[in-house]
Design a protein around this ligand. Structure first.
Ligand SMILES: *Cc1c(COP(=O)(O)O)cnc(C)c1O
Ligand code: SF4
Length: 468
C-alpha cells in the first residue's frame, strides 16, 4: 500500500428493506416518508452498506443528494396508485407473501427484460444452452459467475433489478468455469471475456480464483483481455485495500497480467464523490499497481448525474488517478425509467459540454450510448441535412459485425429517450438494418460467426492468433 494512503479499516455491514428502521441517518425522515421508502423497496431492489451511508451520502442535503438518489428508494419511482397501494398494505401489516404477490404485479409491468436480455443472447454448446453466458457481439462473451449475482449496494436505476428481486429463477447462473473454457475453445472469434453480474467482486478471492485460473491455464491463444465489470471501487473500495483477502486479490490480478492477458476493471462510477474518499483512491492505485487497467463507465441518470460539470469533474478525477473514461450510457428502458430518464437530445448536450471541458486524455470516453436490440448505438451528433434536422447515430457494437462504425440518421426529436422512439430520417421508411434483424429473429438469433469452419486463422506480427 503506498504511503500516502491511510485506509481506515471497516467491517462490511449491509442494510436491506427490513433494516430501514435501523439506519441511524434515516431518523430525519417522518414515519410516512419512511413508509414510502419501504413501499418502494418492496418492488425495487434495495441494499446499502455502511460505507455508502457514512462516507458517500451527504445527509445534510437529502433527499436531493445524488448518492442518496442513487441508492435509496424514492417515492417517485412508482406510479402514485402503486405507491399508495403498497403503503396501504404495509400499514395494514400485510403478510410477506401478500406484499410479494402485489409487488410482482407492479414488477411485471416495468419491462423487466429490455433488449432481449434473456432469450436472445444465450449461447449454445453442443446443443445445450449456456445459461451463465451471453454472446451478442462477436468479440466479447459476457460471463455471469453464479456466486457474483448480488452487489455491495444496489443502484436504484439498475436494469438487472429482476435478478435481485427474485424474478429470474435462473439468474443466468453459470455451472462452471469449465463451460466457459469449452465455449471459448469452440469460438476463436472471441478475444475478450467480460465477467459481470450483479457484481463479480462480491466474490471472495478464492472463489474468483476458481473462475480465473482455468481460464489462464487453458492457454487460449485468441484470448486478449479479461474484464471484470464492477461497482465495488465505488461502493466497497475496501475490497481492494483492507478486506482480509485484498492482498490475495492483488496477487491473483498480477497472475493474470503475468499470463500475458490484459486485465481491465470496468469500474462503474456514477458521481465524482465516489472518488473523493481515501479508500476509493487507494483502490484505484492498488489495481494499477497490480497491472490492471481501470476503465470507467456509467449511465446518465436524472437526479444523480444529469449535469455536464458533474461528468467533467468525474472524468478529470479519473484521469488524475490514472483511470480511463470509457462509456457514458443512456439509461435502459426498464424499471423506474420515467424517474431517471434523460431525453437523448439533452444527453447529447450534457456529454458534449463535458467532453469539451477535458483534455484529449479524457476524450477516450464515448457516449451517450444505448444498448439496444441491434447493438450499442451512439448519439454522435445533431446535424442538418438538406434542411432536415437529424440525429447522427453510429453503431459502436452490433449483432452483425459489418455494422460497427457505420453511421445512420434519425429524425431529430427533442423528447425521445430511446432508439425505439426514433424514426429514420431522409425519407427512409425503416432502418436499413431492420430486414436483417427480422431475419435474425426468424432464425432464432443464431449468429453466423459462431461457425468455426468458416473462420480463417492468421498469426499477427506480435504472435497472437486471429480468426477472420
Ligand atoms: C457493452 C457490451 C459488451 C462490451 O462491449 P465493448 O464495446 O467491448 O465494451 C459486450 N456484450 C454486451 C452484450 C454488451 O452490452
Ligand atoms: S452495481 Fe451494477 S449490477 Fe449492481 S445494482 Fe448497480 S448497476 Fe446494477
Amino acid at each position: 500500500m503506498p504511503k500516502q494512503f491511510h485506509v481506515p479499516p471497516r467491517k462490511f455491514r449491509v442494510y436491506t428493506r427490513r433494516d430501514l428502521d435501523r439506519i441511524p441517518q434515516l431518523g430525519r425522515f417522518s414515519n410516512d416518508e419512511l413508509l414510502a421508502m419501504k413501499a418502494v423497496a418492496c418492488v425495487l431492489p434495495f441494499r446499502v452498506n455502511d460505507y455508502v451511508c457514512d462516507e458517500l451520502i451527504d445527509w445534510d442535503h437529502v433527499p436531493e443528494d445524488p448518492i442518496f438518489q442513487l441508492t435509496f428508494p424514492q417515492p417517485g419511482m412508482l406510479a402514485d396508485k402503486d405507491l399508495r397501494h403498497m403503503m396501504d398494505l404495509l400499514r395494514a401489516d400485510a403478510s410477506e407473501a401478500e406484499l410479494q404477490k402485489e409487488a410482482r404485479k407492479i414488477q411485471i409491468a416495468l419491462n423487466p427484460h429490455p433488449a432481449g436480455q434473456v432469450e436472445l443472447n444465450v449461447p449454445r454448446l453442443e446443443g445445450t444452452s449456456l445459461a451463465g453466458m451471453q454472446h451478442k457481439y462477436r468479440e466479447t462473451v459476457l460471463f455471469f459467475p453464479s456466486s457474483g449475482q448480488t452487489c455491495h449496494t444496489y443502484c436504484t436505476y439498475c436494469f438487472r433489478w429482476p435478478q435481485f428481486v427474485g424474478l429470474d429463477e435462473l439468474k443466468f447462473a453459470a455451472r462452471e468455469a469449465d463451460q466457459l473454457v469449452a465455449y471459448l475453445r469452440e469460438h476463436p472469434e472471441v478475444n475478450s471475456v467480460l465477467f459481470t453480474g450483479g457484481d463479480p467482486m462480491v466474490m471472495k478471492t478464492r472463489v474468483l480464483r476458481r473462475y480465473l485460473e482455468p481460464l489462464l491455464a487453458a492457454d487460449l491463444d485468441h484470448l486478449v483481455s479479461i474484464r471484470i465489470g464492477t461497482k465495488a471501487p465505488a461502493y466497497w473500495p475496501q475490497r481492494f485495500t483492507v478486506d482480509d483477502d485484498a492482498d490475495d486479490l492483488m496477487r491473483l490480478f498480477e497472475e493474470v497480467h503475468q499470463a500475458g492477458r490484459h486485465l481491465a476493471i470496468m469500474a462503474h462510477y456514477s458521481h465524482p464523490r465516489e472518488l473523493d474518499t481515501v479508500t476509493a483512491q487507494a483502490a484505484v492505485e492498488r489495481l494499477r499497481t497490480a497491472g490492471a487497467t481501470v476503465r470507467c463507465q456509467a449511465p446518465l441518470i436524472k437526479h444523480v448525474n444529469d449535469d455536464a460539470q458533474t461528468w467533467a469533474d468525474l472524468w478529470k478525477r479519473q484521469i488524475v488517478l490514472g483511470a480511463v473514461p470509457y462509456y457514458m450510457f443512456v439509461e435502459r428502458d426498464t424499471g423506474p425509467k420515467h424517474y431517471f430518464e434523460v431525453p437523448l437530445a439533452r444527453a447529447y448536450d450534457i456529454f458534449t459540454t463535458a467532453y469539451r471541458r477535458v483534455s484529449g486524455l479524457g476524450r477516450t470516453v464515448r457516449g451517450p450510448s444505448m444498448s439496444a436490440t441491434p447493438g450499442k448505438v451512439l448519439v454522435d451528433g445533431v446535424a442538418e441535412i438538406h434542411g432536415e434536422k437529424v440525429f447522427v447515430l453510429k453503431f459502436l457494437q452490433a449483432r452483425d459485425p459489418a455494422w460497427v462504425n457505420r453511421v445512420f440518421f434519425a429524425k431529430y426529436d427533442e423528447k425521445a429517450t430511446w432508439l425505439d422512439q426514433l424514426k429514420p430520417a431522409l425519407g427512409e421508411k425503416e432502418w436499413w438494418f431492420q430486414p436483417t434483424i427480422r431475419a435474425m429473429k426468424k432464425q432464432g438469433w443464431q449468429p453466423s460467426w459462431g461457425d468455426r469452419s468458416r473462420a480463417r486463422k492468421r498469426v499477427t506480427t506480435f504472435g497472437h492468433v486471429e480468426w477472420e
